[in-house]
Design a protein around this ligand. Structure first.
Ligand code: NAD
Ligand code: MG
Length: 385
């Protein structure tokens, strides 16, 4: 690693996590420097980010949009395009840490290239681990690379794990806000609209993960993420509903002690911790105000109204090709819901069907997983209730 500020590349700088990462960089500008940013659709914002941070590289990942992209006011910035541009950015000698914040399995290639280049990964893109967890973790181990979680639950677990030894952990408990439909009856869930699903009670996030939170597929994906990131068997992973989103997750040790990490729901904290690790820095994240009364509730999840959770447990247990199929089916079904083609409850029903009839492979390689990802997306387009 170079001395002086850490050199950061952000994959997906125009998204919710990308923008919060830049807030942290602004607040910690003596410790962090932006070397590269990437964006896919909102190129006006990408230009403004480039003008502010003057990175060495700006990547327009949509090759069609790149053809007409003009970047003014950045004389030292090289503009690259497509996946090749992302790979060129993450393999640069001067990049120390890559924030993987593209949404969906579209983030897998860039994250993979960054690991192969030996870069520390701050991983927001959970779909990478859901799709190819065992291969990605093996690759990181082969290259001696740290994968530091940005997902708030996994960051909490990562922090609480520092209180004991791995073999002393009896289970991890992922907290879930429960989303906007936590108290909806099964019948009411049938009539959920796009606007309802996009209004999350505690977190301000991109549209895909916001819908995932409403179906609780987000928690399913996080069960799978925890399975691979921490090498835990499924019987050691639990979920509890905690609507206030203050306790971000917990680790229970064999003596019964539970260690929890608490902070207001603000992604700047886990993003910053992944970039400052192993240090802690003062930063821009909001702090809990203990002079005001507040309460924290915990409820068991309802697996009947939110069957996505069962899918998550099953896929984490079976592994192999299941993660790639579930993830891609869900991405495509969420897109179908947001286009008005699928009803809210059909998102999880369609994922269940496609998972059930896919050709299970216990040990797929990366190319097979990418092919399965494509297959599952097409199956969703053909799916009928
Ligand atoms: P978002 O939709 O706000 O942003 C997505 C980013 O990915 C944008 O920069 C977009 O330009 C880029 N992108 C989209 N499609 C792309 C493609 N095909 N190729 C390359 N780039 C593409 O999403 P977000 O909420 O910031 O989430 C990003 C990731 O972080 C997701 O994996 C999500 O699950 C995870 N995450 C987000 C939050 C949160 O609070 N937003 C919390 C935990 C984890
Ligand atoms: Mg999360």
């Amino acid at each position: 690693m170079t001395s002086g500020p850490k050199n950061i590349a952000i994959l997906g700088s125009t998204g919710s996590i990308g923008r919060s990462t830049l807030d942290v960089v602004r607040a910690c500008c003596d410790r962090l420097r932006i070397v590269g940013i990437t964006g896919h659709a909102n190129l006006e914002l990408l230009s403004r980010q480039a003008q502010e941070f003057q990175p060495a590289v700006t990547v327009v990942s949509d090759p069609q949009k790149a053809a007409t992209f003009q970047l003014d006011g950045c004389p030292e910035t090289t503009v690259l395009s497509g996946q090749a541009g992302i790979c060129e950015l993450v393999t640069r000698e001067d990049v120390d840490l890559v924030v993987s914040a593209i949404v969906g399995s579209a983030g897998l290639r860039g994250t993979w290239a960054a690991i192969e280049a030996g870069k520390t990964i701050a991983l927001a893109n959970k779909e990478t681990l859901v799709t190819a967890g065992p291969l990605v973790m093996q690759l990181a181990s082969d290259y001696g690379v740290d994968i530091l979680p940005v997902d708030s639950e996994h960051s909490a677990i990562f922090q609480a794990m520092k209180s004991g030894r791995g073999k002393e952990v009896s289970r991890v408990v992922l907290t879930a806000s429960g989303g906007p439909f936590r108290n909806h009856s099964a019948e009411r869930l049938e009539y959920v609209t796009i606007e309802d699903a996009l209004a999350h009670p505690t977190w301000d996030m991109g549209p895909k993960i916001t819908v995932d939170s409403a179906t609780m597929m987000n928690k399913a994906l996080e069960i799978i993420e925890a399975r691979w990131l921490f090498g835990l068997s499924i019987d050691k992973i639990d979920v509890v509903v905690h609507p206030q989103s203050i306790v971000h997750s917990m680790v229970e040790y064999c003596d019964g002690s539970i260690l929890a990490q608490m902070s207001p729901p603000d992604m700047k904290l886990p993003i910053q911790y992944a970039m400052s690790y192993p240090e802690r820095w003062e930063g821009p994240a909001e702090k809990i105000d203990l002079t005001q009364a507040f309460h924290c509730e915990f409820h068991p999840p309802d697996y009947e109204r939110f069957p996505a959770l069962l899918l998550g447990r099953e896929v984490a247990e079976r592994g192999g090709s299941c993660g790639a199929v579930l993830n891609a089916a869900n991405e495509s079904a969420v897109a179908g819901f947001l286009d008005g083609r699928l009803k809210f409850t059909e998102i999880v029903a369609a994922c269940r069907d496609i998972l059930n009839h896919h050709d299970y492979d216990p040990n797929p390689n990366l190319e097979q997983l990418i092919a399965l990802d494509q297959w599952a997306r097409e199956e969703i387009l053909r799916w009928k209730p």
